[in-house]
Ligand binder design. Sequence first.
Ligand SMILES: Cc1cc2nc3c(=O)[nH]c(=O)nc-3n(C[C@H](O)[C@H](O)[C@H](O)COP(=O)(O)OP(=O)(O)OC[C@H]3O[C@@H](n4cnc5c(N)ncnc54)[C@H](O)[C@@H]3O)c2cc1C
Length: 404
Amino acid sequence: MTISLDDPKRLVGLRDQAHQVAMNMLRPISRTYDRAEHDYPQELDLLAAMIDGLSASGASNGAGAAGVKRDDREDDGRVRNGANLASVLGIAEMCWGDVGLLLSLPRQGLGNSAIASVGTPEQQERFGHLWASMAITEPDTGSDSARIRTTAVRDGEEYVLNGEKIFVTAGERSEAVVVWATLDKELGRPAIKSFVVPKGTPGLTVERLERKLGIKASDTATIRLENCRVPADNLLGSAEIDHGQGFAGAMATFDNTRPLVAAMAVGCAKAALDLTRDLLARAGVSVDYDRPAVGQSAAAAKLLQMEADWEAARLLMLQAAWLADNRRPNATEASMAKAKAGRMASDVTLSCVELCGSVGYGEGELLEKWARDSKILDIFEGTQQIQQLIIARRVLGLSSAELR
Ligand SMILES: Cc1cc2nc3c(=O)[nH]c(=O)nc-3n(C[C@H](O)[C@H](O)[C@H](O)COP(=O)(O)OP(=O)(O)OC[C@H]3O[C@@H](n4cnc5c(N)ncnc54)[C@H](O)[C@@H]3O)c2cc1C
């Protein structure tokens, strides 16, 4: 089989469309909402309406997280470039515009990915139109999500949720929150399920917003659940506690969201590389792509090394999405893509600041902002260290109890 390293032809139109939107709609307001943390970027309502229109007409899968869905078609052995590839390509372009604004796009939340990947067709129909955030992290539980303490207790035809969730992206602006909670703390991982809690449900309160280093356009909220009742069929997927399955149900979400975060990192790093290349050219530094880096100026060699690192991350991102499109297991590749791209984006954006000196550090350009924005991409949806742990477990065939 030949491997094509180009973006699939079928998706080039979508990718270019997302790039235009990023350039003409996100970039112009990028600095404004970096400074006005917690102000709602109203310009995004128009953009969301456009994306809804394109999705309804079948012209696009959407440019954000909601685009990732499992393909329900029978496996006919044909190779496909589908919704997952479209999503990572679209997201990378949008994040070339602005990561924080992409995370604030109505109806494109990480909770939408959870609904798309774990929800039944009926649940996708019922909740798919809502803007959903995702609430896993708690004050005592970040990386080790198996230690979640938020409880879900069955009471007749309802579940009663109690607990506190922190650092919920789009937690204030979203229309529903996908809450991870345990049906029984004693039963560990298999008892953890996700529940769709629409905003306005009594017992759910948004308590406060965080001030942050980067992605300031994105709201990050603390959410309290106090005797919060939801219909029993708001539990996403199966209510059965399957001991053989471990974390599998809820974890399937990560197989879809980690390539998306990798895409955010690829897009943000590309923005920094493109601008740095321009700034270096203006300063008289030329980069020769036909000669070895060692024979060129230090600045050119550094740029070439960063571009190679970026390309490696991009290929891992495409692989993880492609596997999902073709109904093949992608958990290891999703973690690899996230680990590589998260670290690459942090390194590249900061190195671009360094290469461009005072121009890189000042607010006249967006390089310093991208260095701040990129850091979160190596933290949320599983930190760098956690991705490496997951990859090591899978490569070595060890369980989470055997390798901590
Ligand atoms: C801006 C922002 C947005 C976020 N959005 C969301 C969201 O939408 N939904 C949500 O649920 N959460 C969200 N989070 C939370 C995020 O997912 C967690 O911060 C992350 O999982 C890490 O958890 P922690 O902060 O508790 O760090 P900890 O788990 O306490 O980890 C601290 C450090 O120790 C390392 N570490 C931990 N365990 C190990 C180990 N076994 N081996 C080696 N190193 C280890 C970590 O890698 C990290 O470097 C967000 C966070 C931020 C900052």
